[in-house]
Design a protein around this ligand. Structure first.
Ligand code: NAP
Length: 336
């Protein structure tokens, strides 16, 4: 039975970070704007924390170019970004069945209009999962996007088994540490993380048994082979990838530039057929894995690594830190 719709008692305006054009952080303005109202099937959420992802950075800059296919060629004037949201339901619209006022919820709003860099947002209840008891809003906001990428690359594509050897290229960002935690929990022992020299200690701290510096070593030429490779960058030629895969091995990239993505789309099938090894791109299914991510976080398997929490007004500073690659772990915007 649907709970009774509840009266909306929240203020009529809110603070939000508004994008005025594509580009760097100068195109983000802190403004007071009308607060969204709650519609049919929607929940109004008081945002407590919003995680920052490479996907946000792409939408802010309009790079790689293909993101403009979704966001408009010149960028949206007045758009509020921010996908990885954790907050409290403060009003529910007609037809909402899963949540009530006071519920703590989190989710990736990439397919639901974003809106997390603001004090409130209203969107479909389908975007959200309950935050488990004991998990803070900040930790919850660090999990949906990266957690789904980690789960789907390792298990949906990689079919990871305890006896597998695993390599993660671009391991020191938002996704790599969660991959290390999940793989370790799954019984995998040989986990290699590839990132720059400054991140080698960090990689070992978060669970990588061995590490490589991508500027010193090309993992496709090291002579070693792995059963599963997850890549967050796709920086090597797709033709070189089978060399690093054991017979029957699987390579899954979760991130790529436009040109490397086109290269993989063009040649991936042929490379896979000729090598007998799978070379694939993950198309993220937003929030498919969020309920499992919630359970794994509740049981302590997934522990997001928080680099810095910035107040909403300092969102541009947070992005500058991300752009300079100074962060170790997740950057989160603490909205209240
Ligand atoms: N598949 C999908 O449907 C989908 C959906 C949304 C997002 N994504 C993508 O998924 C990826 C998520 O990864 P993430 O959040 O972990 O990214 P991230 O936080 O940007 O981390 C990437 C790491 O790779 C490192 N790196 C840079 N150049 C490298 C190279 N040549 N070789 C090896 N490592 C290198 C970076 O280090 P430095 O730069 O500091 O050296 C950084 O530590 C992003 O690319 C995002 O765009 C995919």
């Amino acid at each position: 039975m649907s709970p009774e719709p509840m009266p909306d008692t929240q203020p009529a305006t809110m603070r939000a970070i508004v994008q005025t054009a594509y580009g760097k952080t100068g195109n983000l303005e802190l403004r007071t704007v009308p607060r969204p109202t709650v519609g049919d099937g929607e929940v109004l959420v008081r945002v407590h924390a919003t995680g920052f992802n490479d996907a946000d950075w792409s939408l802010i800059r309009g790079k790689p170019f293909f993101v403009r296919l979704f966001g408009g060629v010149r960028g949206h004037r007045g758009r509020i970004l921010g996908a990885d949201v954790a907050g409290e339901v403060v009003a529910v619209g007609p037809g909402v069945t899963r949540f009530s006022r006071g519920d703590r919820v989190f989710g990736d709003l990439s397919e639901h209009g974003n809106g997390g860099f603001a004090e409130y947002l209203s969107t479909s209840e389908q975007a959200f999962t309950r935050i488990p008891d004991g998990l803070s809003y900040v930790d919850a906001a660090a999990l949906p996007h990266a957690g789904n990428l980690a789960m789907q690359s390792l298990f949906d594509i990689g079919q990871l088994k305890p006896e597998h050897r695993l390599l993660v290229n671009g391991a020191g960002g938002g996704v790599g540490p969660l991959i290390a935690q999940l793989a370790t929990h799954h019984g995998v022992r040989d986990i290699v993380g590839v990132d720059n020299a400054d991140k080698q200690d960090f990689l070992r701290e978060v669970g990588f048994a061995r590490t490589l510096d991508y500027r010193a070593v090309d993992f496709t030429r090291s002579g070693e082979q792995f059963d599963v490779i997850v890549d967050t960058r796709l920086t090597r030629s797709p033709f070189s990838l089978p060399r690093a895969l054991a017979p029957g091995g699987v390579y899954a990239t979760v991130g790529a530039t436009t040109s490397s993505l086109l290269g993989l789309a063009l040649w991936g099938r042929l490379i896979s057929r000729r090598s007998g090894k799978q070379v694939r791109m993950l198309w993220l299914k937003y929030n498919k894995s969020t309920p499992e991510v919630a359970e794994l976080a509740a049981s302590g398997v997934l522990k997001p690594l928080i680099d810095t929490v910035y107040p909403l007004a300092d969102t541009a500073l947070a992005m500058a830190r991300f752009d300079a690659s100074e962060h170790r772990g997740k950057i989160v915007i603490g909205v209240v």
